[in-house]
Design a protein. Structure first.
Length: 217
């Protein structure tokens, strides 16, 4: 870790149907001594079987945490996520909408809205995992579920260049997508400030992938 203590922090939110999981993650991008950076997954949480109003309330309360002051909240606004984003935007001024597209370029529709190709989200995760640049505290609630999702997570690219996600096993990918949203945003600028280690003190384990893309712990 760099001695200057500076970091960038982003909250990622993958909105699910009311019968499915909504996943929330908090990621820090921390400089390393080799001149690069690592991403530390500081927080993971799943919400299931709660109303969209309750989800909005939960996130609005998180936005009041001192450790998240000034941090962007990047929300998957694809499909049913759009109405929830609109509700959130009335409560959290730092919320940003990311619509997952099948295109090839990132389109910025406004100061807080983007269309991002699926391949870009996959790429954000690939860079971190392949480079051993992502860490997660295994004591964090839902960390085990995240590791399992990452193990099962895959993608396919068609001859036309379109990317589709492919979750095996139980079929969940909400935590991975939540982290991917935040990871993408970190690559394009997050909140910069001091590390709030008193708020998120974690025991870190590095996630490794073998040459086949299978998780090794």
């Amino acid at each position: 870790m760099s001695g200057n203590g500076s970091t960038a922090r982003v909250v990622g939110i993958d909105l699910g149907k009311q019968s499915d999981f909504t996943a929330i993650s908090i990621l820090d991008k921390i400089p390393t001594d080799d001149g690069g950076s690592e991403v530390h997954v500081q927080y993971l949480r799943r919400l299931r079987g709660v109303s969209y109003t309750a989800v909005v309330e939960e996130i609005a309360q998180m936005a009041e945490w001192p450790a998240l002051d000034g941090c962007p909240f990047i929300v998957d606004a694809t499909g049913l996520g759009r109405p929830v984003f609109d509700m959130l935007a009335q409560r959290v001024r730092r919320v940003e909408a990311l619509t997952i597209s099948s295109g090839n370029i990132v389109v910025k529709h406004g100061p807080r809205e983007y269309s991002v190709p699926k391949a870009d989200l996959v790429g954000a995760m690939q860079v971190l995992v392949a480079g051993h640049r992502i860490k997660v505290g295994t004591h964090i609630p839902d960390a085990v579920a995240f590791i399992q999702e990452l193990t099962d997570f895959g993608y396919e690219t068609s001859d036309a260049g379109r990317t589709s996600f492919n979750a095996t096993g139980a079929g969940h990918d909400d935590l991975v997508l939540s982290v991917a949203l935040a990871a993408w945003k970190l690559q394009h600028g997050g909140r910069t400030g001091q590390i709030w280690m008193e708020a998120f003190r974690i025991r870190q384990e590095t996630l490794h992938l073998d040459h086949r893309g299978t998780l090794r712990t």
